[in-house]
Design a protein around this ligand. Structure first.
Ligand SMILES: [Zn+2]
Length: 343
């Protein structure tokens, strides 16, 4: 991991140094917990091509993941699998658990060899429209299009749009603008908007980055890997009708079970914030005998949170995090700040 630079990192560095002297006390006793579930998406070497930053935050390099493993190894952390978090025996402590969302091919090509090297179990949550080749990874298509073209023209709702972006700064601004536009367009209109901006080829091109069913089966047979479900189409479940929510969850579990021949016992909520799921979703998971479900509520795992295995908190991990950041996560300082003091 990198050394701290910049003002924000300087602040992290100073507070980490102060707390390192007391091994995180007093925060650690209250907010530290007994372990952490980490959330990743893609793992791939840094490309030499130009990138637009809003997409790059879903990616870390293999070297970065290796540094994170070594960091926790040095601190004598245990690396359990998701199955070990529930049941009669309490999990080893302190522990850290690696999870990867959505189902990208690089989880097989780059994450697996690395996790095998260190014998670290990990989970991959699959959105089944990825291997079914029905997903539209429009954010990747958008990045490529803006990087490749200086002019973007399209018509939507009877109106003509024309954009130009020559420099990297202009391209980043345009990416953000169109990203927000697409994301906030209601589902009923979204396909029409996407078809007006992109060609069919442009929309299907990013699918080469996702896992196929054969690859998912291969991963499911690896001893270190737990495959979990992550819905069919990655919606905000809370916004769906009862039938739709039921179908998104149950169908994704069934499909993965059919393709892997293994019982699916773990789930991650798409988006994962408190607005994206509720008691209804928890009840559907219970009916499907799901044992753990992870959120993106940024907290450490405590003995108390293990009593609610269908709403486990998770810490999102990005390349900008340093050893100091991880120290502050371990001490519970960053989770405490993110949750405004709530435990
Ligand atoms: Zn996801």
């Amino acid at each position: 991991m990198k050394q701290a630079t910049g003002l924000k990192k300087k602040a992290i560095h100073i507070s980490a140094r102060a707390l390192q002297l007391t091994n995180g006390l007093p925060f650690k006793a209250v907010y530290g917990g007994i372990g952490h579930i980490l959330m990743f998406h893609r793992v791939l070497p840094r490309s030499k091509e130009m990138r637009l930053w809003p997409n790059a935050y879903l990616e870390v390099t293999p070297e970065f993941v290796e540094d994170v493993i070594k960091y926790f190894q040095k601190l004598k952390y245990k690396f359990p699998a998701l199955d070990e978090l529930t049941g009669t025996k309490s999990p080893p402590k302190p522990f850290v658990l690696f999870t990867f969302d959505d189902g990208y091919k690089d989880n097989l090509t780059f994450a697996l060899p690395l996790m095998k090297k260190y014998n670290v179990p990990f989970a991959i949550y699959i959105t089944t429209n990825f291997p079914d080749r029905k997903a539209i990874l429009w954010w990747d298509a958008l990045e490529k299009k803006i990087l490749n073209q200086d002019k973007i023209n399209f018509s939507f709702n009877g109106q003509k749009y024309e954009f130009t972006a020559y420099t990297l700064a202009e391209k980043e601004r345009l990416f953000e603008l169109l990203h927000n536009q697409i994301q906030t367009t209601p589902a009923t209109k979204k396909t029409e908007l996407l078809k007006s901006i992109f060609t069919t080829e442009e929309l299907s091109e990013p699918l080469h980055t996702v896992l196929s069913w054969d690859e998912i089966k291969q991963l499911a047979n690896e001893q270190l890997v737990t495959i979990g479900a992550h819905t069919v189409s990655h919606p905000r479940l809370s916004q769906l009708s009862n039938e739709q929510a039921e179908q998104e969850i149950t169908q994704s579990i069934k499909l993965i079970e059919q393709h892997t021949g293994k019982k699916i016992k773990h789930f991650a909520y798409p988006f994962g914030d408190t607005q994206s799921f509720g008691q209804r979703e928890i009840n559907i998971l219970k009916l499907n005998n799901i044992q753990t479900a992870t959120t993106t509520l940024s907290k450490n795992i405590t003995r108390q949170s293990l009593k609610y295995p269908l709403t486990l908190p998770r810490i999102a991990v990005g390349m900008s995090m340093t050893e100091d950041t991880f120290d502050l996560i371990r001490y519970g300082v960053i989770p405490m700040i993110r949750n405004r003091g709530r435990r």
